[in-house]
Write a protein that binds this ligand. Structure first.
Ligand code: MG
Length: 163
């Protein structure tokens, strides 16, 4: 396999009143949260799919089916840890990750440093190699109407050198 592999991931979840909102491993103060089998962390789900995609290993639904009771309400950081075990087993390590979060409300900027700090060690990266960006949908479409939240992730992997 090539020394470098690139992967992209995408995830979207519906938002509903009274649920907790966790994004990038960080609890967000909001009146709405994600409707999901797990904790609904779209940032981490997109990252998991980007990691799996880079190595053509499948997708998060294949590894963690939402019909499996074992994953009900699960902290998505655990899913990312398990995906990283597959990445390491394949002999690869992340170079950097870049995430774009699509969310109308609330403002995400104050949470971004904590998200980068939470995500970086899970992917064996420094915080300077984990980018999280957020944009609103300018009130367009279902995300703009605060009915959902989505995230895109891109990850570059490098083959670990063998000594
Ligand atoms: Mg998901």
């Amino acid at each position: 396999m090539a020394d470098f592999r690139i992967g992209n991931g995408y995830d979207i979840h519906r938002l509903a009143e009274g649920l907790t909102l966790t994004l990038g491993g960080v609890r967000i103060e909001h009146t709405k949260g994600c409707v999901a089998h797990s904790d609904g962390d779209v940032v981490i789900h997109a990252l998991c799919d980007a990691l799996l995609g880079a190595l053509a290993l499948g997708d998060i639904g294949h590894f963690f089916p939402d019909t499996d009771e074992a994953y009900r309400g699960i902290d998505s950081k655990i899913l990312l840890k398990r995906v990283m075990e597959h990445v390491r087993k394949a002999g690869y390590t992340p170079c950097n990750a870049d995430v774009t979060l699509l969310l109308q409300k609330p403002k995400i900027a104050p949470y971004i440093p904590r998200m980068r700090a939470a995500l970086a060690p899970l992917m064996d990266l420094g915080e300077d190699c984990v980018s999280v960006k957020a944009t609103t949908m300018e009130h367009l479409g279902p995300i703009g109407a605060e009915e959902g939240v989505a995230a895109y992730a891109t990850i570059l992997l490098q083959k670990k050198s063998e000594y």
